[in-house]
Design a protein. Sequence first.
Length: 615
Amino acid sequence: MTKRSEQQRLDRRGEAHLELQLEKYVVNSYENDFGLDFEVNLTEQEEDDEFQHVTGEHLFIQLKSSSGFENDDSVHADLKITHLTQYLEQPIPVLLAIYDDDSGEIYWCVVQEFVWDELSNREKNWREQTTVRVRINRSRNLTNHDRLETAVQRAQNRITRQQSYGMNIGEGIAFTPDDFTELQRQVDNDRLSYRGHLLLKARQHLKRGDFEAAEESISEISESEHDDEAKVKALFMEMMTRNPANADEAVEMAEFAHEAETLARDLGLEADELLARVHKHVAGLFVILEKREEMVATDSIQDLDQFNVSEYDYLRDRESRELLTGELNAAGEINRTLADLRENDQYYVYAVCLSPIIDYLLSRIMVNVLSPRNEQDIPDSVHPLVEQATQIADFIPDPETEFNLRKSVGLYHYQTLNPETAKEFLKDARDLAVEIDDRILVKDTEQLLDKIDTKPDPYDHSEETDYDDIAPEEATKRVLEVQGIDVDMEGDQSTESYDPMATAARLGVEDADPEEYYRHCEHLHLAYQPSFFGKVTGVTSIGSKSLWCQHGGGMTGASLKRLFSSFTSEFCDGCDHHCPRSNEWELTDEFAEEQVNDPEFQEFLEAKDSAFTSQ
């Protein structure tokens, strides 16, 4: 016959009282290896409805049963530090419930809130202890369901903020980034916790700069078919690993944000939904901004007399109006979302939204200043959102959010020609990065500080690479790329992927350096005749090319390489006048201009143009 100890009988009475006092909820025993006894799903019941409905909000409970408390005002229990840190890693609230056998009542507190609001303030080094005593006032009675539900919802919101927006899972991590074997063992028993741990694992990989390993952990959740809060968090992390200043990554960021927004709406996660909406529209603004940067580059070329195209202004104005419409629509959505956050007292989420918005604002300032056709100067006053971010950074409790705010504010001051102020904010940001032990953020911030020291004026381009110092093909490629022309794209004309603009650009790069053709023979003359596309982009090698020799004849074609092959086969083989230039000979702009203006060559070019026009 098996005998039960007095403590076992006491524990059973505590469990019975807990199930009775929480009978309006769905209470299940929770078998695990780290001190959690129950999982509880909250329910709600509408008037005139005889059935209770599960709300989707749930919590874990650790039950302690005892008697003979010396204090009439409170009860207490001693928790192991290992258990406490494991509770902090959970993606949902954990309740410590203490059953007092003398009164038959159960008293409770949310463990995460106890650590955040009391223990961390009282004992900074509590993690170095073996146990911690948790004392609970007897006013926290488990039968007060309204108070219980309010506390659970409040704690869940705080956990969600720390997980989703700080890219972390709880606080007080008890393991190192290199040791995740214990987490792997928990997969079968605790799926949601494991998914949360995967995100934590990814965050640690990001801190160490192991982006491939981080992406693997994040993708395992974000690409899964299981739609839950963990997937929303993973989608946020997918967004945070993208650089919106790169249009392709901004598009990816917008797609992840849209998916997160939709999923958060379905799950009733209002804060997540609004945050995702802001990121979606900020990403859209960055996509538009890259098109404006490309327009600025083309504007600069069109302001040169030799490349001016009369139709360009009309085309530019039409595109500019389309971009402005997109910007106004996105800005309107962002303003409405920020207003919703303020009205709902979602101030933490509001603070998280400020950093990406400021990053866009400072990028927009840079494009405005660089535009040759924009009369806007650098703003004299600081943008209101930047002032708000400056104030919030002083008291926000999350170091990663504070880092983002200080970094964004610092870069804003750099772009508005306040380098000393910028360095103050960036130094604070660097110190925060050191505090949270994020090597990548430390390195990035130190590089920014070095950049400001060496280049206090971000608009000073005096030391930038001169295109005259690099190969013509590479210079031409860069000129096209800054205008948004994908030089590397290729496609067969018979397929849908064919892009005639990309093909023309590729030929323009390929034919950018005529020196090797001039070396072929002293009698060879060459002329570039840029197409409309070539004139707009300022790349004269885009369009038709003509080769001519007074001893043979002339030819015209789109590809200089193929044209030269045909020309030499037709006119040069066996020619008595063939006179190659030496390998030491170098092409100069003066020589190219002189040979193209040769009267006989011009006569050939005019005849060719006349024949083309008459067709």
